[in-house]
Design a protein around this ligand. Sequence first.
Ligand code: ADP
Length: 670
Amino acid sequence: MQLLSPDGRTLAVNDAWKDLWKIPDEIIQNYILKDYNVGKDLQLDLKGIGHLIRKGLSGETIEIPPILYDPAETGLAGEPKWVTGYMYPIKNLSGELEEIVLTHRDITQTKKAEEELRRSRDQLQFIFEGVLDGILVQDKDFRPIYANEAAARMCGFESPQKLISASIEEILSSFEIRDEIGNPLPGEELPARHAMSGKGSQENVVMRVHNLITGEETWSIVSAKAINDEKGIPFMAVSIFRDITADKKRQERVLFLSEATNILSMSLDYRETLNKIAKLAVPKLADWCSIDVMEEDGPKTLAVAHADPEMLKFAEELTLKYPPDWNAPTGSPNVLRTGIAELYPIIPEELLEKAAQDPEHFEILKKLGLKSAMIVPLKLKDQTMGTITFIGAESGRVYNETDLEMAKELGARSALALENAKLYRRSEQLTKDLQNALNARDEFISVCSHELKTPITSMKLQFQLAEKMLADGDMRFFEKGVAEKRVISSNRQIDRMVRLIDEMLDISRINVNKLDMEKLPLDMREILEETLGRFENQFKSSSIEITTDLPEGNWFITGDKFRIEQVLSNIITNAIKYGGSKPISVRLLQNENHVRIEISDSGIGIATEDLERIFNRFERVASSKNITGLGLGLFISKQIVLAHKGKIWAERQQSGGTTFIVELPSDLPS
Ligand code: ADP
C-alpha cells in the first residue's frame, strides 16, 4: 500500500509494498518519498494506466487492471510480476481530498494459472480441430455446445459457430437420418440420446445422413457417451462421428459396376442392352436416365428410364413436341461430338433456358425440377458411339466428380456391351445373308436344271421319234417341210441352251471380275438397227408391232459391241417374253452428254417395289413364274452398262408395261 498526496507525491509506503516491489530502502528514502511523482510516471503511461492513476489522484475510486511489471525496466533485480490495484480517496470532514491510498496486489500466480488453463484449452481445441473425426458435445437438451470443424461439416453446417448458433428445429430440418439399410432412424435411437437416456454408451452406429438443403448424402459411424455430474446424472453427451462416405461410395460403386457388368454381359440384343443400361441407373444413380446413340442416319434417343411410368409417358410426349436439337452447343449433342463428359452439379436456370425451344418448353423443363446432371460418352477406344445422360431431380441428388468417374466407367462398359451387341447383330445379319445366298443358289440350281432339261427333253423326244420312224422305214419325218420345221425348232432349243450356258459363264466371269470389255467407237443407231433386225422373224411370228424412233445424228459411244448388243437383246427378249404380244417401241435420244435408249413394252409391267430388285442376281418377279428364265439377264446387263460408266433402270409406264432405259456416255467430238 502506498499513501499519495493529490499532487502525486508518495507520502508513505508500508512493508507489504516494500516486499512487493523489492526496492532498496535507500531509493525509497532518496527518491520515492522525495522526487517520484506517480502522476508523471511515463512508464505507467506506456502500460496504459497513466490516465487511470491521474483520475485516482483527482479523487475517483479506481480499479487498476492487471499490468506486467518487470523490475529490469527500472534496472532492479527480480522476476516480472502481474499486479493489479485500487485507488481510494481519503477526504476530510468538509469533503476535500486529502490523500489517496493506492493498493497493490500481486496476481502473478493467478495469472499464470489462468494462462496455463487457456493454453491447454487452446491446445485441446487445436487438437480437436485437427482431428478428422467429428466431435460434437450436446447439453442435456441436446443443444450443441461444442462442435469441431468435421462435426459441423458432417451435420451439413459451414462452421462450428453456425452449428452452435442454429436452433434445434433448424438443425433437425436440415437433414434426414437413416440407418445402414436405409430405414429412418428415430430420434430416440440417435446415439447421443440413447446414451443420455441412461441406456448406456453406443458405439459404431452406422448412420446415413441426407442433407435436405444440399442434397448430399454422407455416411458416418457414430459413438456417443454421456458425461455425468457428481450425482451421477448425465448432463452432457459427447458424440464422435467418423465420415465413411468415401468408403461407402467406393463400395457401392464396385457393387453397382459389377452388377452392371453382369447384366450387360447377359444381353446381346442392341435395344435391350440400351434399355437395361438406362433402367440400371434408375434410381441408384439418377432419377432420369436417357441414352442417345449415333445411328447410320444420325443421332437418336434409344432409351429413357424413370421410376414413374407416368413421367416416362410425359417425357415421350415432350420429346415428340420438342425433338432434341442435335446441334446444341452443350449436353448430349456436344458430348456426342467431342467424346468429353459434362458435369453440372447444379443445373442453373440459364442452362434450362438455353436448352428450351420456347417459353412454354422452358416452363415445362422448370417444372420437371431437374437439379443436377452428368452426361458421359459411350466410348470405345476413340470412337464415341453415344451418350448416357443422368439427371437428378426429385431425389435432390447432386452429382460430383466421384459420381462422374463412376458414370464414365459405366459408359465405357456399356460401350463394350453395345459393341458386342452390334457385332452379334451383324453376325446374325451375315448368317441370314449367307442363308439367303445358299437358298438362292439352291433355287438357281433347280431353275437351271429345269431350264436345261426342258429343251433337252423336247429334242430327245424329236430324236426318239425320228429313231423309231427310221426303224419302221417310215420316212415322213424326213420330208422337206417337216424336217425343216423340226430342225428350226431343235436349233431354237439349242440357242436357248447356249444362252443359258453363256449367262452362267458371264456370271462366273463377273464373280472373278473378268468381264473384259473392248473399247471401240460404236454407232448406237447402227447397233440398235442390227439388233432389231435379228429379232424381225420373232416379231413377225408373234405378230408384235414394233415402232422405232432412231433419228440420224452422232450416236457414237466407246465400248464393246458384243456386250452392248447383249444388253439390248436381253431387254428386247424380255419385252417379247413379258410383253404379251403387245406393241414395243424403241427410241434413241440424246440426254446431255449421254446417248439414251428407251425400250418400252405394254406387257404385264413390274410393281414399283420390284423395279430395282430385278437388276439383282437371280431376281425374278414371282408373278412371272410360268415364264422361263434364270433371273440373270438384267443383272449381267447392269454389270455391262456399269463397266461402260453408264446407267440402266426400269420405269413403270402409266398405261401399264415397262420402259427400260439405258444411258451411255457419248463420244462427242472434242
Ligand atoms: P429372266 O431370265 O428371268 O427374264 P432377267 O434378269 O432378264 O431374268 O429379268 C429379271 C426379272 O425381271 C424377270 O424374271 C421378270 O420377272 C422381270 N422382267 C424383266 N423384264 C420385264 C418386262 N419387260 N416386263 C415385266 N417384267 C420383266
